[in-house]
Design a protein around this ligand. Structure first.
Ligand SMILES: [Zn+2]
Length: 211
């Protein structure tokens, strides 16, 4: 991991990948296949804490210390377990969307039920002489962490440009293609793009030699 972050500081933040252009997909990508095989990057609540900070979801000192205080609680363990199971159902929904279908009714029902329980909360704030609507996130208990995650999921599920939603041609990662041409093929040039190009080059060399 340290090697990867040294190669590309923009894609790895504190051991997590941020290549997807959509928060819900970055969340999905917390189970990549690395050199050592499929890797769970959220094996415990400490890791989730680091991911929430790396992703920018948690940024206040108050929330950070709250997360720390929850670390060994049963509520935090239960939340993480549910969240990981949810991540895999989200994966199925994303795969369906990538195939041109809509997420299952069952999954939408689940997301809706959770949205009712953990709705996004907003507040009006003054910023540079103007009043703006800002999301507020002041969790009281581990389950409140659903709110910011669901918000990203709701944005993703209602995405209209689903043709830009894609899985990397060479690994399990998903991304939203924001390139001008819409021709992005890999999770990242460093992780897969170069690997594929090198393999193709080596194949050409080999085929050339055998002729
Ligand atoms: Zn890839």
């Amino acid at each position: 991991m340290a090697r990867a972050s040294a190669q590309d500081p923009g894609e790895w933040v504190d051991g997590f990948l941020f290549v997807a252009n959509r928060p819900a997909l970055d969340f999905l990508n917390t189970k990549p296949v690395l050199a050592e095989g499929p890797t769970e990057l959220l094996p415990n609540f400490d890791a989730l804490e680091r991911w929430l900070i790396a992703s920018g979801i948690v940024n206040s000192a108050r929330t950070k210390s709250l997360l720390r205080s929850w670390r060994h609680s049963a509520a935090a363990q239960a939340f993480l377990k549910e969240l990981i199971a949810f991540r895999e159902r989200l994966r199925s929904a994303v795969v369906r969307m990538e195939a041109g279908a809509t997420p299952s009714d069952e999954f939408l029902k689940e997301v809706n039920a959770r949205l009712l329980q953990y709705p996004p909360r907003t507040a009006l704030r003054k910023r540079e002489g103007r009043v703006v609507v800002e999301l507020i996130f002041e969790p009281q208990e581990p389950a409140d962490l659903w709110a910011p995650i669901l918000q990203g999921v709701a944005d993703l599920l209602s995405e209209t440009q689903t043709q830009r939603l894609r899985q990397c041609e060479s690994c399990v990662l998903h991304f939203f293609d924001t390139s001008k041409k819409g021709s992005r093929r890999w999770c990242s040039m460093n992780l897969c793009g170069n690997k594929v190009k090198v393999a193709a080059y080596q194949r050409r060399q080999r085929d050339g030699e055998s002729r």
